[in-house]
Structures are given as C-alpha cells and as structure tokens.
Design a protein around this ligand. Structure first.
Ligand code: GLN
Length: 541
C-alpha cells in the first residue's frame, strides 16, 4: 500500500524544502521502505529547461531526458533512486495537457474548470507511474499563500479526504526566526503559516521548524497548542554545518518516528553510520585542494548545484576539502588568466550556453593545457577545450562553434540527426527551444588504453546529456595528430563524447554531465579522479 507524504513550506521561501524532503526520503529508506520523491512546481513554464539559471538554478536532467527542478538532484543524491520524467510537474505542463485533451474533445462538452479538471490532472500525476513504493514524498514548490500554488494544495487536500489519514500525511516546513531586539525566537509566523494552510482545508500533521538556534521546549509546546499539532510532532530543524548532517539531525529530533507513528507502522531501527561517516569525511578532511570553476552563472551557486556537490563528493572520496573558486569567465576578457588561475590545483569549465564568456573559457582551457594544470571540461567546457586545441595545437585558425554564428571551421556544430538505441532522432534547425536538445542518458564506448577507460574501469558507460551542439567528428584525425584524442564515442562511432590529451597530467572534456550522477555514497569516478589529480598537482607546487 503506497502512502503519500505532502511537503509544503511557509513563512519564507528557500527554507530547504527540497533537502528536507530528500532527508526524510533517506530516513524512510533507511528504515526499510521503498520511497519515491516527486516535486510539483506551481510556475507556468512547461519545464525549467528554458528558464535562466539565475531564475531557477540548475536544470536537473533525468535518465529519461526530462529537464527538471534541481530538487530532484537532492532526491537522487540522498536516496540513490534515479529520478524520472514522472517525478516533476509544473502548472504549465498540467494546463497544456488538459487543454490538449479539451481540443481533442476528450471532455465530451464539459466546461473545463480548475476543480475538478485541473485538480484531477494533478492527482493523476501524483498517483501515476508507481510500482510498489511504500512512500511517495511529494514536495509542493513555492510557499503556502502563493496564488499559483492553490490548485496543488486543493489537489492534495482532496487526496487526504479520499485516501484517509492512514495513507496521507502533511508535513509543513516553517521558520522560527530569532529577533535580536527581543532576544527571543518567535513562533507567530509559524502559527500564521499553519493557519494559511488550514484555510485551504489542510491540517498539518508534522511541523519542521527551521531555526538558527535551539527551540526552547516552551516554544515547541506553544507551537503545538496554537497549530493543533502534537508536541512531539513539532520538530526543530536547526542549521547544520554539512547537508549530510540533515538526515542525522532530523532523525535525532524524531522525524521518522513521527511519520511511522502517524501511519501507525512499525519499522526496523535505523543505522545512520554511513551518513555519520560521510559527515566525518566532509567536515574533518586530511588536506585540501583548490579548484577554479570558470563559468557564466557564478553569481548564483544554485546554478551549479550538482557540480558543487559532485566536487564535494570527489573530495570525500579522496579525504580532502575542495575549496572552490568560482570565477566569472568574462573577467578574462579584461584581466590576465595568470592573475586568477596561478596556484589553483585544477580548473573546471562547466556547461553553458551562448557566446558571452566563451573567450574567457578558451583562455582558461589554454592556461590549463599549457601549464599542466588538471582540466575538466563539461559539455560547453569540453567544446571550448576542443576549439582551443583546434586553434592552438592543430593550427586551425578559424576553428569555432556554430553556436556563435556561421564559422569557417565548425569544430563544434549543430546536429540535427542522431541515433538513440537504434532509432534516428531528428531536430529542426529552427525548432522550439524547449525540450529539443539531446537530452537524457546515452551510451558511450570508451577507447582501450585511454585514461577514461582506466578511470571508469569499464568500456561502456551511460551518462546524461543536455546540449544542442556536438564536436564535429570530421576533425578527428587533425586533432589526434596535434595531440587531442576522442577517447569516448557514441556506440555507432559517430558522436565524439569524450576528448583527452594523453600527454597532459589530466585533461579531459566530456560532452555529457557526469555531475548529475554523482552521489555521496557513490562519488562519480571522473570527479574522484579529477580531485586525485588536483592533489598530485598540489604536491608539485
Ligand atoms: N551550448 C552548448 C550546446 O548546446 C553546450 C550546452 C551545455 O553545456 N549544456 O551544445
């Protein structure tokens, strides 16, 4: 029997609902349950794929090619369960599906309304594509009281009514702020937020109260009394040093016990030693390395969420702290690279779109290549490394990417056709921007004797993609002659997926996004190896 836990947030946004959901998922999993995590996003975009990273943070891509909310990355990293297309929905997607059905005549002349048609579509999504999960944790994006969120709240209210409290629980995340002039934590915002939820018919069962200091028991009792929640179900969620501490703290405050109690189920005790080990490694490293990340959206770290996590995982695997230095690529158009990159132990150029900042990324790749600094190019970062190598190693002067306009030597070009699992996929040159890239998991074959073959320990891998342009394979021989080899290719041998410089201590570019698959308990081999190379580099300087 699948039970549903709905997670809402109140008072302010950015309380870490995604992380809280992921942590609860991990706790329930640790107690022997099969879990699934889903996110319902109230904004009108059909998916976050077309949104600026500054608006929405990173776009997290699933194996099945969905462009989703970055919270799905937390879910995957904390539970190890691969997210799917069916784990994230937006208002835009719900409405476009309902309207398409209306156009087809599926509603047989009915007037289409928010209740029941939109709410039915939301409920159908929540209950779709499930197997034998014990728990589905469903996070509602935004904050209680937002206009856009109302249909979602109404849908989850209906589910509570239909399935009963034995199958539905409401978890509400709030803030208990400390007011310095009063010298006290204040419970009123929580009371108001729980009331707001009650006004749409949802009584919270468990409250997770974010606070920057211990919440006195008297305040917990007060919250319980005013919010109509049991005293033990008012769970303090205090700030912690490492995100891996979150499941441990929630457990110590009784969160998973309260969930079991709500559903009246017995569950085996939890073994958190794995999490404790990760926290220990993350907070008490034996050394440190510095990595420069030369990108475009460096002003908002959420734009590179999975990347930051994957680097941390690489550090955990090597027992070192990874100090990240986020550099806006455009700075290299005004200032010398040496000034910013001298002394770093590794350089990473992440994914990106458009010409702005490209010159700076080329300069960073050149610096790494010429100075033997470990270089990791991801997607756009790989494409820039190829352009740089073509121009400065192979002497192909006009080498460039057609992403920036027509070019004489298109070493990076637009692909309008490729093969996936034996079938041809095509894209129109002037097609829609949304959902039309090469998206999701594709296989890749690694060359014998290559560095990546050694790092992965296998010759066949699968990684997630999100890009429109590809390395042009007609330049393979010229690049190889100059010293850059294509060490990973699509199974049909057509698309270059990985490049490396065999004569460099560690210079690898990958067309895919390995950061999306790195997990604290399973650090991605490329990140582990890259940080290992950075440690070697640190020993040299
Ligand atoms: N802009 C490049 C492309 O579309 C790279 C995309 C990326 O880095 N994700 O191919």
């Amino acid at each position: 029997m699948t039970r549903f836990i709905f997670i809402t947030g109140g008072v302010v946004s950015s309380l870490g609902k995604g992380l809280a959901s992921a942590a609860l998922g991990a706790l329930l999993q640790g107690r022997g349950f099969k879990v699934r995590l889903r996110k319902l996003d109230p904004y009108i975009n059909v998916d976050p794929g077309t949104m600026s990273p500054y608006q929405h943070g990173e776009v997290y891509v699933t194996d099945d090619g969905a462009e989703t909310d970055l919270d799905l990355g937390h879910y995957e990293r904390f539970t190890g369960v691969a997210s799917r297309q069916s784990d994230n929905i937006t208002t835009g997607r719900i409405y476009s599906d309902v309207i398409a059905r209306e156009r087809r005549g599926d509603y047989l002349g009915a007037t289409i309304q928010v209740i029941p048609h939109i709410t039915d579509a939301i409920k159908a999504f929540i209950t779709s594509d499930l197997e034998d999960e014990d728990f589905v944790l469903c996070e509602i994006g935004g904050t209680v009281g937002d206009i856009e969120g109302l249909p979602f709240l109404e849908a989850i209210r209906q589910m509570g009514n239909e399935l009963g409290r034995e199958r539905v629980m409401y978890l509400h995340l709030t803030l208990v702020p400390y007011i310095p002039s009063a010298g006290e934590l204040k419970t009123k915002p929580t009371q108001h937020s729980v009331k707001e939820l009650l006004s749409v018919g949802i009584q919270a069962d468990v409250l997770l109260c974010r606070a920057d200091r211990e919440i006195p028991d008297a305040d917990r009792r007060k919250i319980a009394l005013f919010c109509n929640v049991r005293h033990e179900a008012v769970i303090p969620a205090l700030d912690v040093d490492s995100i891996y501490q979150v499941p441990i703290s929630y457990h110590e405050e009784g969160l998973d016990d309260q969930v079991c109690r709500h559903f009246n189920i017995d569950a085996p005790a939890l073994d958190l030693s794995g999490w404790r080990d990760i926290v220990h490694r993350a907070t008490k490293p034996e050394g440190e390395v510095s990595i420069a990340i030369v990108g475009k959206y460096t002003g908002l770290l959420d734009a590179y969420k999975s990347l930051a996590e994957a680097l941390a995982h690489g550090g955990i695997a090597n027992n070192v702290r990874v100090n990240t230095n986020w550099i806006d690529a455009e700075i290299f158009e005004r200032e010398d690279t040496v000034q910013h990159l001298d002394g770093v132990n590794g350089i990473l150029v992440p994914g990106g779109f458009g010409e702005r900042g490209a010159a700076g990324k080329l300069a960073a790749a050149r610096f790494a290549r010429e100075r033997d600094v470990p270089y990791f190019g991801i997607c756009f970062g790989m494409q820039m490394a190829v352009v740089e190598a073509a121009r400065n190693m192979a002497g192909i002067e006009g080498a460039g990417s057609t992403e920036f306009g027509p070019c004489d030597e298109p070493v990076i070009g637009l692909m309008t056709e490729w093969i996936r699992d034996g079938t041809v996929e095509t894209r129109a040159r002037d097609g829609d921007l949304g959902g039309t890239m090469r998206l999701g998991a594709y296989g890749c074959v690694l060359s014998p004797n290559s560095r990546v073959r050694q790092i992965y320990g296998t010759d066949r891998i699968s990684e997630r993609h999100r890009h429109r342009y590809e390395v042009n394979n007609t330049y393979e021989a010229r690049l190889a002659k100059a010293g850059m080899i294509f060490s990973g290719k699509s199974p049909d041998g057509v698309l270059p997926e990985i490049v490396e410089l065999p004569d460099h201590p560690w210079f690898i570019g990958v067309q895919f996004h390995p950061e999306l698959k790195s997990r604290p308990f399973e650090p991605h081999p490329l990140f582990t190896s890259f940080i290992g190379a950075a440690i070697d580099q640190a020993r040299l300087v």
